[in-house]
Design a protein around this ligand. Structure first.
Ligand code: MG
Length: 546
């Protein structure tokens, strides 16, 4: 693929920033973050260097599941502002060259959605078949998503006198994706937001969305047809819009979600497997789990991309590790069982898991920016935002952004309506944007430098990559090559300083200089064929001679 076409596929080299409007900045002093507050921070995000903002659900909602329980797909929840405020934000982002994508939550609706209210009240309702009903409680599907809250995927509705399917909470009935009219409605929702200027969607719970898609016997359809149709519709309406799917699956099942050879389904998939193995490698101080995950992941069609992340807005799920591996990570990063969720994940942010250890935080984010894929940051990661363990369950990581010192962290001038960290080592007096802007050594300024460097190196997003042989077991060495240019990246997962010799491959001549692009200290100039120095938990990004 040529130069020009490559740059058009913006998601191949994007830096995505996920935020929840209600937690970011409050513009009107009512204690809840909102679109006017966010619009006031767009220059901050432009300065950080992110190229795409992912908005978590902002739609009208009873808000019993952080807005993932939607009661109107076409609006803005009044707590967050008006539709006009949203459009102002989209304009402000576009003017700074930042794209915006948003959650598309179509596995289910809130039980307060007018479709469900109509469906349950009247069996002749045109919306009855928008949901999945049964006279008797069916046995499957097996397994529940929230084992602490639900013990079945079916709930009896007194009004309808029938059971309805819910893969998540019982107040969120599943939509019947097998129904062509439901699909039409979903297309309409997608088309609507594209018209308002969105560059695509993060598809919530993608495997659950299509779980029922092929189950109507007379249709005999491939469930993936729905995703292919959705993709085709999206790109007919807007050629550069993307679908980024949440699909936490084993490697052999991930490939299906990218689609056929041409990659005709999801443009991007979150790399859950790699994420979990990065944490295992961190805890073991050994890069082997990362190498294993990279080796086992399916190849990606050229126009598709992995979305890499360190921490997302849910618990840090470790469900793709073995029980013994998961226990190792728990013991190191969540020693108190209260710090865990659902027996499978950790409800903490990175700085509290690592007790603020800057060296290992930089190591993690250097991995994020250099492993094959495009990086996704969760708001607050750039300053080392902590969590609030007093908030139940997964919600512990969903705390207000900290802009300045003081009791409400500059998040609101009113009484906070969302969790705000007030004290401790990660309280606003110690962790905030204002102080970090003034400190050249701050995590925020490091993150800006790392993002700038990452954007200057399209090889990392586009390139053919391979893991290289290194003579130190604690070192992960990989290179990425694209259009005749190459980058060498080294990470030392161990605590000790090492001198490492890396086999760069036959195409690299010995004795040539390799300029340092980013590292955690100044090093002696690097030369091909010579040992390279890395401090404990150190990393270096180097330009390969061309
Ligand atoms: Mg507000």
């Amino acid at each position: 693929m040529g130069d020009k076409a490559a740059y058009d596929l913006w998601w191949k080299n994007a830096v995505i920033y996920c935020l929840d409007v209600e937690l970011f900045a409050d513009g009107n002093g009512d204690g809840c973050g909102d679109f006017p507050g966010l619009t006031g921070k767009v220059d901050y995000l432009a300065g950080l260097g992110v190229t795409c903002i992912w908005l978590m659900p902002f739609y009208p909602t009873p808000n019993k599941d952080n807005g993932y329980d939607i009661s109107d797909f076409y609006g803005v929840d009044p707590r967050l502002g008006s539709l006009g405020d949203l459009v102002e934000f989209l304009r402000a982002a576009r003017e700074r060259g930042i794209r915006v994508i948003a959650d598309l939550v179509v596995n289910h609706t809130s039980d307060q959605h007018p479709w469900f209210q109509s469906a349950r009240a009247d069996e002749r309702s045109p919306f009855r078949d928008f949901y999945v009903w049964a006279d008797e409680q069916p046995e499957g599907p097996q397994g529940v998503v929230f084992p602490d809250a639900e013990d079945s995927n079916w709930n009896y509705d007194e009004v309808a006198g029938k059971w309805f399917l819910h893969r998540f909470y019982s107040h969120m009935p599943d939509l019947n994706i097998a129904n062509p009219r439901v699909r039409e409605e979903i297309s309409k929702v997608v088309g609507y937001w594209l018209e308002l200027g969105l560059s695509g969607f993060r598809v919530d719970a993608a495997p659950f969305v299509i779980e029922l898609a092929g189950t109507e016997p007379e249709r005999g359809q491939d469930p993936h047809d729905f995703l292919r149709d959705l993709r085709a519709f999206l790109n007919r309406r807007r050629g550069d819009a993307i679908l980024l799917a949440e699909a936490n699956l084993p490697p052999e099942e991930q490939r299906r979600f990218f689609g056929d050879e041409g990659g005709d389904e999801m443009h991007m998939l979150f790399n859950f497997v790699l994420n979990q193995h990065v944490f295992l490698a961190l805890v073991r101080q050994d890069p082997a789990p990362i190498k294993q995950a990279l080796r086992e992941q399916p190849p990606v069609p050229e126009a598709n991309q992995w979305a890499n992340f360190i921490k997302n807005h849910d618990e840090l799920t470790l469900d793709k590790l073995t029980d013994a591996e998961r226990e190792e990570v728990f013991a190191a990063l969540a020693p108190d069982p209260d710090m865990r969720s659902f027996g499978r994940g950790i409800r903490r942010r990175v700085p509290t898991m690592l007790e603020g250890d800057r060296d290992r935080m930089e190591l993690l984010y250097s991995l994020l920016f250099t492993l094959p894929g495009s990086p996704v940051l969760l708001y607050g990661e750039e300053i080392g935002l902590g969590d609030d363990q007093r908030v139940e369950g997964r919600g512990a990581v969903r705390v207000a952004m900290q802009w300045s010192p003081g009791p409400n962290a500059g998040f609101t001038t009113g009484e906070p309506a969302v969790p705000v960290v007030t004290e401790g080592p990660f309280g606003p007096d110690r962790v905030n944007v204002a102080a970090q802007r003034r400190d050249p050594e701050s995590l925020l300024n490091w993150m800006e430098r790392a993002i700038r460097t990452r954007k200057e190196l399209p090889e990392l997003g586009w390139g053919a990559w391979r893991v290289l042989e290194a003579d130190q077991p604690s070192v992960l060495a990989h290179r990425c090559d694209w259009l005749g240019r190459g980058v060498l990246v080294l990470h030392n997962l161990g605590p000790d300083r090492v001198k490492v010799t890396v086999d760069l491959g036959d195409d690299v001549e010995a004795g040539r200089p390799m300029p340092d692009l980013l590292g955690n200290r100044h090093h002696d100039p690097a030369t091909t064929g010579q040992p390279l120095t890395l401090r404990g938990f150190g990393y270096r990004w180097l330009r390969l001679p061309g």
